[in-house]
Design a protein around this ligand. Structure first.
Ligand SMILES: Cc1cc2nc3c(=O)[nH]c(=O)nc-3n(C[C@H](O)[C@H](O)[C@H](O)COP(=O)(O)O)c2cc1C
Length: 314
């Protein structure tokens, strides 16, 4: 024993009994390793008085919750007479769950025969729940990031085509149910191919981001959805604007894009401009999302036929 002379057996016994953690001793030579000693800490932890614990295997603390991976690890270690540390779900007298970090030490006599197991039980409920909570929060965060990425166009940071199509379907159904005005816009940069050819791809990407941001600021209600639909084409779905209001809104957007003052020397005004095709209607029962996009797209073609920086609403 490594102890100074003033350590008596009584003091040691008292230290074990008064320890805050549970301390138990089981007979390793008997079937099921029955308990032959439990300290006050284990009585407190388990809620059972010593009289109800002695002579029994601790297995009953697991209740019906016996399909725990750590129980198999513990069983194997006990079978082989090895030390181990496991964390188990246990149930106090009365049924309350607690997480029990159990450390098992195998005790051998001078002949090397296994005689006892010592168990030290620590209540790690708070720590385990905090870890589970952190893990769950981290998973939720990853899922949210994944969802956002799956919905977002990586270049301009707006919704992508798939998310737009889902939102359009959803808003179309709402507008059909509530008889609301629904507007779908298709927006295209004038002569963007030439812009890219003259200024290069990185400048083209920056231009798309600036235009996208400006459109998103213009349609910023929570129910609006602004997407990069393909290449230099943006799409918007918005609900509830009046036809007059929409006309103003769309003209204002064209002016705001022009006011970005992005140089474009192949354009008559010398700056980047857009054309907008828009359909605005209270959808009927047989109105479909592809039908709305087709209407907005042919409105865009009509705007483009007039030249640069036009809108056409049907
Ligand atoms: C000294 C000692 C203390 C133990 N303490 C606990 C305990 O606090 N909680 C628990 O669920 N199992 C405890 N066990 C393990 C069970 O008593 C049992 O050995 C385990 O569930 C594997 O056996 P089984 O396959 O018969 O269930 C302890 C075992 C020993 C030897």
């Amino acid at each position: 024993m490594n102890a100074s002379p003033e350590i008596t057996r009584d003091l040691l016994a008292q230290a074990v009994d008064q320890s805050h953690d549970g301390i138990t001793i089981a007979d390793a030579r008997k079937k099921d390793f029955p308990l032959i000693y439990v300290n006050a800490g284990f009585e407190r932890l388990s809620g059972y008085p010593a009289a109800e614990l002695l002579g029994k295997s601790c297995r009953f603390l697991q209740g019906a919750d016996t399909e725990q991976p750590d129980i198999a690890i513990l069983r194997e270690a006990l079978h082989q007479g090895r030390n181990c540390i496991v964390t188990l779900r246990n149930y106090r007298k009365g049924g309350a769950l607690f997480w029990n970090e159990l450390s098992i030490s195998a005790l051998r006599n001078e002949q090397g025969e296994l005689t006892h197991f010592i168990g030290i039980q620590k209540d790690v409920t708070e720590r385990t729940l905090t870890e589970q909570h952190l893990r769950q929060s981290h998973l939720d965060l990853l899922n949210r990031q994944y969802d956002r990425q799956a919905h977002t166009d990586p270049l301009v940071g707006l919704s992508n085509r798939q998310h737009f199509d889902e939102q359009l379907d959803h808003m179309l159904k709402t507008a059909q149910r509530t008889h609301s005005l629904l507007s779908v816009l298709v927006i295209d940069l004038d002569q963007f191919g030439r812009f890219n050819a003259r200024y290069g791809r990185p400048a083209g990407d920056t231009c798309l981001r600036m235009v996208g941001e400006c459109i998103a600021k213009s349609f910023s209600r929570a129910s609006d959805c602004v997407a990069r639909y393909e290449n230099d084409e943006f799409a918007v779905v918005s609900m509830g604007d009046s036809p007059g209001g929409l006309q103003l809104h769309v003209s204002k957007l064209r002016n705001q894009i022009r006011a970005l003052n992005i140089p474009h020397h192949d354009s008559p005004d010398g700056v980047v401009t857009i054309c907008i095709g828009c359909t605005s209607l209270i959808p009927l029962r047989d109105t479909t999302a592809p039908g709305l996009l087709k209407l907005a797209d042919s409105a865009l073609q009509q705007a483009k036929q007039r030249g640069y920086d036009y809108e056409h609403i049907v």
